[in-house]
Design a binder for this molecule. Structure first.
Ligand SMILES: Nc1ncnc2c1ncn2[C@@H]1O[C@H](COP(=O)(O)OP(=O)(O)OP(=O)(O)O)[C@@H](O)[C@H]1O
Ligand SMILES: [Mg+2]
Length: 270
């Protein structure tokens, strides 16, 4: 990169504009380092677990220890979790980039939201047990709840709300998921007893991608989960709402979803 050329451009500008260019450049650099960091984080445990597996295999081969299939399975589960995490991150980044270009397309088909929500809760519960995170997840949902919409996007959305509830509340906390349908409107809400959100911060959350709060800057995440959740909710004729009684008083994230028209894929350029 030609840094000198860039410097020259900035210094040719009036001071206020030059400052704006430099600050935009700084933001971009910080953002890149944040993305690189997020992508790198899962690599260390992946490498460690690969080495562990090889050691187990070596010992089994030379006869010094029997192959422990249970442990191997745990190692594989951890690889799966870390790869899922990276996959989610890259997929989310691609989704944000699509949305920025007005190419964020939702594909509608009938599916059962209650089944999807139960499945997402089951997966998070398993992950929570495996990592000894000890959050307790509960779900209250009807047997079935049909919706015409983008099943994969709705699955990600519910996962993202649960992920936030777990991330922003202490280990051992209760995460309460409710799914209900009334008058053609499906409501999914996720409540936690975590760090909460100050009332004045609520309106801005999920409006712009990559906007995280000062209070949560030490938590993992790029600040795209709720931005995408809002896009998906609005693409289903619904909305995303956050409620909190204040800092350290827990948060409830609620989305409403309605049937999408099925005739064709519906593009949302929200
Ligand atoms: N359950 C919650 N409790 C407290 N704060 C929350 C909760 N959910 C979201 N937030 C706040 O809203 C911000 C935006 O949430 P969002 O899910 O978009 O980003 P993230 O979780 O930080 O990163 P990502 O979802 O991209 O991994 C968070 O950084 C956090 O400050
Ligand atoms: Mg999130």
């Amino acid at each position: 990169m030609d840094v000198s050329a860039k410097k020259q451009t900035a210094s040719d500008l009036p001071p206020a504009a030059a400052e704006a260019v430099e600050s935009a450049q700084r933001e971009k650099d910080e953002f890149l380092s944040l993305v690189a960091h997020e992508l790198k984080t899962p690599l260390t445990p992946l490498k460690t677990v690969a080495q562990l597996i090889r050691m187990r295999v070596r010992r089994a081969r030379d006869g010094s220890r029997e192959l422990d299939v249970e442990s191997l399975d745990k190692n594989a589960a951890m690889i799966e979790r870390q790869v899922d995490r990276m996959d989610r991150l890259v997929t989310d980044l691609l989704e944000v980039s699509r949305a920025a270009q007005g190419r964020f397309v939702l594909r509608a088909a009938p599916f059962d939201v209650a089944a999807v929500a139960r499945d997402v809760v089951r997966r998070w519960s398993e992950a929570s047990e495996e990592t000894e995170d000890r959050h307790h997840l509960e779900i209250d949902a009807p047997e079935t709840l049909p919706l015409v919409g983008d099943q994969e996007r709705v699955r990600q959305l519910i996962g993202s709300l649960i992920g936030n509830a777990i991330k922003f509340s202490p280990s051992g906390g209760l995460v309460d998921v409710r799914v209900a349908g009334d008058d053609g409107v499906v409501t999914v809400s996720v409540r936690d007893a975590g760090i909460g959100i100050a009332p004045e911060e609520i309106p801005a959350i999920g409006r712009e991608p990559f906007a995280t709060r000062e209070r949560t800057k030490n938590y993992a995440g790029l600040g795209i989960g709720l931005y995408l959740a809002r896009l998906v909710a609005e693409g289903h004729g619904g909305r995303l709402r956050l409620a909190s009684a204040g800092e350290d008083r827990g948060t409830t994230a609620t989305v409403t979803l309605k049937d999408m028209p099925t005739e064709e894929a519906t593009a949302t350029t929200l």
